[in-house]
Every structure is written in C-alpha cells, then in structure tokens.
Design a protein around this ligand. Structure first.
Ligand SMILES: Cc1cc2nc3c(=O)[nH]c(=O)nc-3n(C[C@H](O)[C@H](O)[C@H](O)COP(=O)(O)OP(=O)(O)OC[C@H]3O[C@@H](n4cnc5c(N)ncnc54)[C@H](O)[C@@H]3O)c2cc1C
Ligand code: SF4
Ligand code: SF4
Length: 450
C-alpha cells in the first residue's frame, strides 16, 4: 500500500494594522469587510476583531495607504513555508477574478487630458493653468499630455495649447459646438473617452467646467473631485486629489482607484500659470464626432455677454484687491474701500460676512464659496481671517491686513500687519498714496504699508 500525503490547507491569516501607516481615509477597510469585524477608533483607524476575521484580504486590497497586512501565527508561517517548498517557490496571492478584471481595465487607460474651455475662440485662463499642472502629472506618469479643444473655428487654440505645454491636441471643430451646451459637449467628451481612454481628465471649476465635468462623470460612471487645490499621483498611478472638506476645516485627499478616467476640477488661480514656449509644436488629432443639431434639446437663441458691462468687476483677475469684512460696519463704508482701491488702481473684494449682510454683491466674495484670487497685493480690511476666507486669498504675493484685534488669524498669513482702527488707517493710507504719487509719480503698495 502506498502512503498518501495530503497537502496542508493554506492558512488565510487575519488582517492586522501596520503601526503609523493608516491615513484615516474614511474607513474604506471597514466598509469592505464582509463579516463586519472592523471597528473604527475616534481618530479614524481600524481595529480588527481577529476572532471574526476570515482572511478574505478585501480590506488589505482596498486600503490606499497599504496600512493593512495579513498576520500569520508561527504555526501558520511554518505551513506556508512547507507549501512554498512543495510548489518550488513562495506562494503568491493570486488575484481573484474581480482583481484581474480591475487590473486589466486600469491598464487600458493612459494619458492626461485637460479640457480647454473657450468662449468665441478665447480661452479661459484656468485651462492654461491646468496644462501646467497636467504636464507635471504626465511627466510623473510617463505619458503624454493632451489638450481637448471643442468649439467652432477654434483651430488656432491648438498652437496656443502646445505653447502652454500640451504634447497633443484632440480637436472637435463643428458648428454644433459653437456655443457651450451640456448635451453635445458631454456626448463629445464621452465619445473621446471611449475611444482614447485617458487616465486623468482635468477641467476648470468654472460654471461651464463644473457642469460639463459632472455630466461626463455621470455618464462614464467614474469619480469626480470638484475644486481641488492640489493634485499628485501615488505609486499605483492613482490621482491624489486634495481639497478642503468639512467646511474647509480639514484638507482631504481623495482617490478614485477603481474607476477610470479620474476626473478633477480646479478653480481659476489655484494653479500657477506655466511658462509659455513660443513656437512649440505637437500632434493634432482631428476628430469628426458631432451630434445632429435636431437631436439636441437646448437651443442657444442669444448670447448676452457681461464682459463689457460697466459694473462687472472680475475680482479673480485683479492684480490689486482691497477687501472688506464685517469690520466695515455697513454698506456705506465700502465707499472708503473703493477710494483706497481707486488710489491703488485695484478693485474691491469682500468676505462672506459682508456679502451676506448685503453690503456688496456676491460676485466680489473671496474664499471657499466665492472667488479664489492670486493678486500681487491683497489688502484685508476688518476681516478676521477665517479658514474659508484664507483658502481663497492665501496665495496672494503680498498680503496686508488691517485689523484692530492683534490676535486676528489673518495676521498669521499677512506679509504686513497693521493693528488699528481701519477708519483711521485707511484714510491715512489713501493720503500717503496720494502724496507718494504726487512726489514720485508712482508707489509700491508694500511701501505704503511700511
Ligand atoms: C461652508 C462655508 C463656506 C464659507 N465660505 C466663505 C467664503 O467664501 N469667504 C469668506 O470670507 N467667508 C466664508 N465663510 C464664512 C467664514 O467662516 C467667516 O464667517 C467669514 O469669513 C467672516 O467674515 P469677516 O472676517 O468679515 O467677519 P468677522 O469674522 O466677524 O471679522 C471681523 C473682523 O473685523 C475686525 N474689526 C472690526 N471692527 C474693526 C475696525 N474698526 N477696524 C479694524 N478691524 C475691525 C474684527 O477684529 C474682526 O477680526 C464660509 C463659511 C462656511 C461655513
Ligand atoms: S481580511 Fe476580510 S474578514 Fe478580515 S478584516 Fe479584512 S475584510 Fe474583514
Ligand atoms: S483603509 Fe487603510 S487608510 Fe483607510 S482607514 Fe482603513 S487602514 Fe486606514
């Protein structure tokens, strides 16, 4: 009789947290566990109930920080070594069917896209800013950066895109794309995604970009992170999308590791404008997809532009901003700010408190739910410096804060701080600027503050 040797059963182990690696991503591990054996601590880290763990590996695979591993007892380690020697090598955990499908799908998507926003052939500056960010991402991922240009008679934008850093442009030029409409633009981008399969798509967080990105993400069934303030990648090619969360009190990094493309919008002035390289060339891919006009439900009857409107002030584009907050006390006192702004050749902005009080229009609001600005000089008058205000102006070159409270948080990010009553300080500044202008013909805002 021959001896029958049975192969020992491969132990599954139990999940265990590696100290210091959890980034408190929001309990992905807990929601992935099929037997509910993970509890979360107040600081957002998992505690695994070992007795209940069935070693299914789901939490280990889903963790974006590789913070979980399988723990094997010394006896189980021994069995694993035996199995390894029987099979002639270490036992690799084979990907299950779902894992293999995911790997294959992820590998099909390559390249970084920036959707170029234009109106009557003139590009929104945020699109060029995003080409700068897109170029960094493409370099890290080792892929091409493509600008996607949609519109009618917009061929000239291809060269502008190359000069701002695009390696390729994908152009759809047809009468149906003349004016922005959600349906044809979204159909077009979805068609291009299906054909070219980019892994990352960036759009400006403008009215148009927000509308288009949301529509596209819904159709192609992928994730979209709005209003990102930082973008990077991890070693698995996931886009790490950072944005304020919980009312701006924390910064969250969001990833979309199981769907492609990864989509993000970024507000104007958040990213740096890249250096242009005049004469730079790239590949133009001309696409012909165009929905039929009769199939589009929305018709543009007239475009009413507010570009030349006398009362329209683009705070986001201004180089000098004088902003007022609740410290201004009332609407009438904004005349004083206007006087200072006029003397400096700038525009008036505001905190949300001033806007909510009805002292100035919402179009002037700076901050998380207003405009993001990056002027050369930002003068904050009677503004305390709430985080929601600061995220919208903290990248200004020079920040001058005027506040009677020496402990006001705005002083923490101010280049120059003036502790005092704004109703005394501002008239003094206006008179100093006028004197400097009279004597020198020019002035530097920092000089005035000093
Ligand atoms: C989800 C969310 C989104 C938000 N989005 C925004 C946003 O986009 N932008 C924004 O600004 N806020 C936003 N906020 C509101 C924000 O939290 C603050 O409430 C707001 O910024 C405070 O405005 P403020 O600094 O003008 O008023 P306050 O915080 O009341 O500060 C007034 C300041 O004026 C000073 N002051 C008073 N009198 C004088 C004087 N005579 N001379 C000098 N100084 C004086 C005071 O010392 C004080 O520091 C948001 C809040 C939430 C929850
Ligand atoms: S290995 Fe599976 S059963 Fe164990 S904690 Fe992780 S998800 Fe739950
Ligand atoms: S999935 Fe990973 S990073 Fe997220 S909470 Fe669990 S252990 Fe922490």
């Amino acid at each position: 009789m021959s001896e029958v040797t049975t192969k020992p059963k491969k132990p599954r182990g139990v999940a265990s947290l590696i100290n210091g690696k959890c980034i408190a991503c929001g309990a992905r591990c807990q929601s992935s566990c099929p037997v509910n054996c993970i509890e979360m601590t107040d600081s957002g880290e998992p505690i695994v109930e070992s007795a209940k763990c069935i070693g299914c590996l789901k939490c280990v695979k889903i963790c974006p920080a590789e913070a979980l591993e399988m723990y094997f007892t010394p006896e189980e380690q021994k069995i694993l070594s035996e199995l390894a020697s029987l099979s002639g090598g270490p036992t690799e955990d084979e990907l299950d069917e779902e894992g293999q499908r995911l790997q294959k799908m992820l590998a099909e998507y390559r390249g970084v896209w920036v959707v170029i926003e234009q109106f009557e052939g003139i590009t929104a500056k945020v699109s060029w800013e995003l080409l700068g960010t897109g170029a960094d991402l493409a370099r890290t991922l080792g892929v091409h950066l493509s600008a996607v240009v949609l519109g009618h008679n917009i061929e000239h934008l291809c060269n502008e895109a190359f000069e701002h850093g695009a390696d390729k442009t994908i152009i759809l030029d047809a009468p149906v794309y003349k004016d922005y409409r959600t349906q044809p633009y979204s159909d077009a981008i979805c068609h291009l995604i299906g054909k070219h399969k980019p892994e990352v798509i960036l759009m400006g967080a403008t009215a148009q970009g927000r509308d288009l990105a949301g529509a596209v993400a819904t159709v192609v069934k992928t994730g979209l992170t709005a209003d990102c303030t930082g973008l990077g990648t991890d070693d698995k090619r996931n886009l790490m999308q950072t944005r304020p969360a919980f009312g701006g009190n924390i910064m969250a990094t969001i990833m979309c590791d199981k769907y492609r493309p990864q989509m993000a919008t970024v507000r104007p002035h958040v990213m740096h404008m890249p250096e242009t390289e005049p004469g730079r060339k790239g590949d133009i891919i001309r696409e012909t997809f165009a929905p039929l006009e009769q199939d589009i439900l929305v018709k543009v009857l007239e475009v009413i532009s507010d570009r030349d409107g006398k009362n329209q002030v683009d705070v986001a584009a201004a180089e000098i901003i004088v902003s007022g907050g609740r410290g201004l006390m009332n609407k009438e006192n904004f005349v004083l700010l206007q006087e200072l702004a006029d003397a400096l050749g700038g525009v008036v902005g505001a905190s949300r408190s001033a806007v909510d009080a009805g002292w100035i229009s919402h179009s002037r609001q700076v901050g998380q739910t207003g405009k993001t600005v990056r002027p050369k000089t930002y003068i904050a008058c009677g503004i305390s410096g709430a985080i929601q205000h600061m995220v919208g102006m903290q990248d200004s070159d020079v920040i001058i804060a005027i506040n009677r409270d020496p402990e006001a948080p705005i002083f923490q990010i101010a280049t120059y701080g003036i502790v005092g009553d704004l109703f005394q300080v501002i008239p003094a500044l206006i008179s100093r600027i006028r004197n400097l202008k009279m004597n020198n013909g020019s002035y530097e805002p920092e000089l005035v503050a000093a």
